[in-house]
Design a protein around this ligand. Structure first.
Ligand code: NAP
Length: 269
């Protein structure tokens, strides 16, 4: 098994990653950043997002594992004091995994030879940099509404606990194959009207955001941000590819949600 260990810059993560590498080497695992089968991140959800994008072209060959060194995360369910247990689990590995949906995003430009596609693990968000964003929202190529406001965001089920939640979106169980469309500060009055609530879009549907021409847009794909000129539309659908996690034990999703946002069940395990 070829294992990559990737840590964020926090001193604790660097220390935990060094300890983990040592234990993995003792157990005769091959440590490499080149074409790994397993990627272990040490840090937070942000560290896993980074690693996901580093290996985005090798997703079919990789299973991820997240060790958290701060608060419990959604992609990071191993704790820093469980390294021995993690190494033992890797030794007994029989390729068990759980996979979650990703978004396939196409940025469509006036010159369509410049079109680009991306995968997102959490979400894609588009905002107008200078003024109210105006966009027609089409679902399955059919006009649904004309949006005016700060922006629009489409998230995965695992992204539903990230930016989507701050926008008032629902928390979605990651086994649900769907995506969620959220508004960012929509203008709703007698003149302008959009739905005003999050929408859950089925896996065989796609969303197209037809943007006003001649504007500058900021496009966020997870933690990656770009400024886009000459953008005409953005198409978002569930991707064929999925992210795979090595699953050596079951983590109860709703307990994790409670732990992250409420905390009342802590100590009752
Ligand atoms: P960041 O500082 O790396 O992340 C912001 C926070 O979001 C961190 O606390 C991070 O957890 C947490 N997070 C990331 N993915 C999550 C998930 N799936 N479920 C629950 N929490 C999650 O910010 P960034 O680099 O700009 O962007 C990375 C992601 O952060 C974005 O994809 C976006 O979803 C989220 N974000 C949220 C807001 C907001 O809620 N207003 C604003 C900006 C970004 P860790 O501390 O464990 O890394």
């Amino acid at each position: 098994m070829r294992i990559a260990v990737i840590a964020n810059k926090a001193p604790k993560s660097i220390k935990v990653a060094a300890e983990l590498r040592e234990k993995l080497a003792e157990a005769s695992f091959e440590l490499t950043l080149d074409q790994p089968n397993v990627v272990i991140t040490v840090g937070g959800d942000g560290t896993l997002l980074n690693a996901f994008h580093s290996y985005v072209n090798e997703l079919d060959k990789i299973r991820f594992i997240g060790v958290h060194t701060g608060h419990l995360g959604f992609y990071t369910d191993w704790r820093d004091y469980e390294l021995d247990y993690l190494v033992e689990s890797l030794k007994k590995d029989n390729s068990q995994s759980v996979s979650y949906p990703l978004l396939n995003i196409t940025l469509i430009y006036e010159d369509d030879t410049k079109n680009k596609t991306f995968l997102a693990l959490n979400e894609v968000t588009v905002k107008n940099l200078n003024r109210t964003m105006v966009a027609e929202v089409l679902i399955k190529d059919e006009l649904f509404e004309k949006f005016r406001g700060d922006g629009l965001s489409v998230s995965t089920p695992t992204g539903s606990t990230a930016y989507s939640k701050s926008l008032g979106g629902a928390v979605i169980h990651p086994r649900v194959n769907a995506m969620q469309l959220n508004e960012v500060a929509s203008i709703n009055n007698r003149v302008y009207r959009s739905l005003g609530s999050p929408m859950i879009i089925a896996k065989d549907e796609w969303i197209t955001l037809e943007l006003d021409r001649g504007e500058s847009y900021q496009v966020h794909i997870d933690h990656l941000v770009t400024t886009e000129e000459n953008l005409v539309s953005i198409k978002v659908e569930l991707a064929e590819q999925r992210i795979q996690f090595a699953s050596y034990r079951h983590t109860h999703f709703w307990r994790r949600v409670n732990d992250a946002f409420i905390g009342e069940l802590r100590g009752q395990e």
